[in-house]
Ligand binder design. Structure first.
Ligand code: NAP
Ligand code: ZN
Length: 348
């Protein structure tokens, strides 16, 4: 057994607090990592506060993990002790179904094992996430990290990065396309960086006028304040693709009005209440509303390699673990540029 320490939520109403627990020693195909950095995803807030109604406590959140390999099982091929490894939102799957065979383990027919607050397939315990000093994972679900990238900036790629990279690739975003990004938060700023890097004409849609300069710096060709009807009208029926990365309930109609005929709006944000969609708006332009969840292991590795080649990381504010509750509060006030990342050396 490995002894672990981290920060846990003990109920939906109480702040995260120090917590000790244990993890199994790595099996033959598993590695143990010492966590260096863990990003703070809005999902961690939804989960810690039970906004989706399925939370289990105590809960150690965190699924944007970068660390150093501290131990390897006897059959591990991909990693050696001392190397850097990363872990994202899933840590296991059935490994037998069609999606798993295709490397789309996140769409496993039996359901993937989530990095935290899920039943572990190996030992039946509840998975504990990356707001902690170590993790044990099968090497199939661990990623290698390009050596040129800053590790704090890499951590958010494991969720915010792949969750936006995957749909932008799936819907073939590239040159000649006008692409909208709704919400400039952790996911939104990565969607903006990727869409810009893929050569699309990018438009950041934001409720925060003060984020305009940052959006332009992060790769936006244009910035639209979505609460300003006049600005929105100018872009009516002009977008080929829109990605919605908003964490709070919001109206869809103003955004669907921006799509061209046959265009798609893909939702990645997961507010506590689902959006209502006007079917007349859909049929009048044959438009589609879609959803997308993270990405499989091969695509997550491809995303990290792409980031290495193109020098892409998240814009981060590094915080010590004891500031996590403050970070949650600031995220809810849209006050983060553009991802908090916990430096796990602060746990020592
Ligand atoms: P975040 O950093 O807190 O950013 C959310 C952004 O949403 C804010 O920066 C803000 O952008 C916008 N926003 C917030 N409240 C709003 C409101 N009332 N009306 C309109 N816009 C509002 O959150 P995140 O970590 O990027 O996560 C975003 C969502 O994606 C969360 O719901 C999370 O659970 C979900 N998620 C989904 C997946 C997946 O696989 N699909 C993976 C990870 C996360 P502006 O200030 O620019 O308006
Ligand atoms: Zn996440």
């Amino acid at each position: 057994m490995l002894s672990s320490k981290g920060f846990a939520a003990h109920s939906a109403q109480t702040p995260l607090a120090p917590f000790t627990f244990s993890r199994r020693a790595p099996g033959p195909t598993e590695i143990a990592i010492e966590i260096l950095y863990c990003g703070v995803c809005h999902t961690d807030i939804h989960m810690a506060r039970n906004e989706w109604g399925q939370s289990m406590y105590p809960m150690v959140p965190g699924h944007e993990i970068v660390g150093r390999v501290a131990g390897v099982g006897s059959a591990v091929k991909k990693f050696k002790v001392g190397e850097i490894a990363a872990i994202g939102v899933i840590v296991d799957s059935c490994r037998k179904c069609e999606p798993c065979d295709r490397g789309e383990e996140h769409y496993c027919l039996e359901g993937p094992t989530l990095t935290y607050a899920a039943k572990d397939r190996v030992d039946g315990t509840t998975t504990m996430g990356g707001y902690s000093n170590n993790y044990v994972v099968d090497e199939r679900f661990a990623l290698t990290v390009p050596a040129n990238l800053d590790l704090a900036g890499v951590a958010p790629l494991l969720c915010a990065g792949i969750t936006t990279y995957s749909p932008l690739r799936h819907w073939k975003v590239g040159p000649g396309m006008k692409v909208g990004i709704i919400g400039l938060g952790g996911l939104g700023h990565m969607a903006l960086k990727f869409a810009h890097s893929f050569g699309a004409h990018t438009v950041q849609l934001t409720t925060s006028p003060k984020k305009k300069e940052d959006a332009l710096r992060l790769g936006a060709d244009e910035v639209v304040v979505s609460t300003d009807e006049e600005q929105m009208k100018k872009h009516a029926a002009s977008f080929d693709f829109i990605i919605d990365a908003v964490s709070a309930p919001h109206e869809m109609a103003p955004y669907l009005a921006l799509l061209k005929q046959d265009a798609t709006l893909t939702i990645v944000g997961l507010p506590e209440r689902p959006p209502s969609i006007d079917i007349f708006q859909l049929i009048s332009k044959r438009i589609a509303v879609a959803g997308s969840m993270i990405g499989g292991m091969p695509e997550t590795q491809a995303m990290l390699d792409y980031c290495g080649k193109n020098d892409i990381t998240a814009d981060v504010e590094v915080i010590p673990m004891e500031k996590i509750n403050e970070a949650f509060d600031r995220m809810l006030k849209q006050d983060v540029k553009y991802r908090f990342v916990v430096d796990m050396s602060s746990l020592k």
